[in-house]
Design a protein around this ligand. Structure first.
Ligand code: KG4
Ligand code: ZN
Length: 346
């Protein structure tokens, strides 16, 4: 079964063709980063306009690269994400499905991320496994027991890990997108310069909290004005690369510790990690070291499949079609997938 995937949930316009949910024939990702950079973050309506402007050319490029194949179905990200951006992709995908006379299925973006490590291996997901999605909007840790059976073990109670990277990068004036910029700055910094508290929320919790860490960066590195408000500029004796390295070390420690706990608590010995933050080099190294020490399997996709792409959407859509549990896209998209609404059925 050949599935065409469409992804427009944020600031990447992406189209891919994937066979049987595991073989990528082509994958095209057009980043809008330049359009948003001067605003210091993603502007939702601008993102939607850019998707509408570029989707057709990304689609023809993906079809051409796949050798002019004819898809059997279209899978589109329908939630969570920026509402206008999602709707532009859903409308485009509907047009493609109509033109070919093939079915259209909706895919949850977070679920698409959790299948990417298997897609990278050329396989469909094999259950059970622990699925850890660390992205700009989500920090979700699941016990994945089947294609329609995800048990949420823990999630962030405030900011997502990627959001924390982006906000701290902005504070430090490192530019946009924040995560990669912060990693680059951290490479020449001292991770022990500041000892930030690791928010672990008790000895057994699998939830996360990153907003306190962001505030700690502000007060302990920037300091306060006489009126008590945090300074906007770093004091001259504080190096931004030291702040970046210390912050990154704290986030990495927390993420790795939660995976360790989840393995210990569930006994599941296969861990799959996806989402944009899984591009982070020190996180990848630390997760690999922990997996080696504990003797569990670790699957992390290459960076191109960790970040937003349409191949993971096509793969997830295909997995659901093959399992007979696909559904049409929903046109009431949400910005995030709130922890209390993470359902066990697709
Ligand atoms: O999965 P993704 O591409 O989009 C969402 O679904 O949100 O994740 C984007 C997030 C952003 O917050 C970005 O700063 C972060 O992933 N990110 C990184 C790195 N590359 C991307 N964070 C830390 N280190 C990186 N190298
Ligand atoms: Zn994503």
């Amino acid at each position: 079964m050949l599935v065409l995937g469409v992804e427009t949930s944020c600031d990447e316009t992406a189209v891919a063709l994937v066979r049987d949910g595991k073989e990528i024939l082509s994958s095209r990702v057009l980043s809008q980063v330049e359009a948003h950079a001067r605003f210091g973050g993603v502007v939702p309506n601008l993102a939607a306009r850019e998707h509408v402007r570029t989707l057709a050319s990304v689609l023809s490029s993906a079809l051409e690269a796949a050798g002019g194949v004819v898809p059997d179905a279209v899978a589109v990200t329908d939630s969570p994400g920026l509402q206008a951006a999602l709707l532009s992709g859903i409308a485009g995908a509907e047009g493609i499905a109509l033109a070919y006379g093939i079915p259209l299925v909706g895919v949850n973006h977070v679920e698409a991320h959790l299948g990417a490590p298997f897609l990278a291996l050329g396989e469909l997901p094999s259950y059970p496994f622990l699925a850890f999605v660390v992205s700009g909007g989500h920090t979700h840790l699941f016990h994945a027991r089947g294609p329609a059976d995800l048990k949420l073990l823990g999630a962030t109670i405030d900011d997502a890990a990627g959001e924390a990277f982006d906000k701290v990068a902005k504070m430090l004036g490192l530019g946009f997108p924040g995560g990669p910029a912060l990693q680059r700055a951290a490479a020449s910094g001292n991770p022990a310069a500041f000892r930030f508290k690791r928010p672990l929320l008790g000895s057994t919790s699998l939830d996360f909290s990153f907003s306190g860490l962001k505030t700690a960066v502000l007060y302990s590195c920037f300091g306060q004005e006489q009126d008590g408000r945090p300074r906007r500029v770093l004091p001259s004796n504080v190096l931004p690369q030291d702040v970046a390295a210390s912050f990154q070390a704290a986030v990495v420690d927390v993420l790795v510790e939660k995976v360790r706990r989840a393995v210990a608590q569930t006994g599941v010995r296969r861990v799959a990690v996806g989402g944009g933050v899984a591009c982070n080099g020190p996180l990848r190294t630390a997760l690999a070291a922990s997996a080696a020490a504990l003797g569990h399997e670790l699957l992390i996709a290459p960076p191109a499949l960790c970040a937003d792409n349409a191949a993971m959407v096509a793969a997830r859509g295909c997995e659901h079609l093959l399992a007979g549990i696909s559904r049409p896209p929903r046109v009431a998209p949400r910005t995030t997938w709130p922890r209390e609404e993470v359902s066990l059925t697709p």
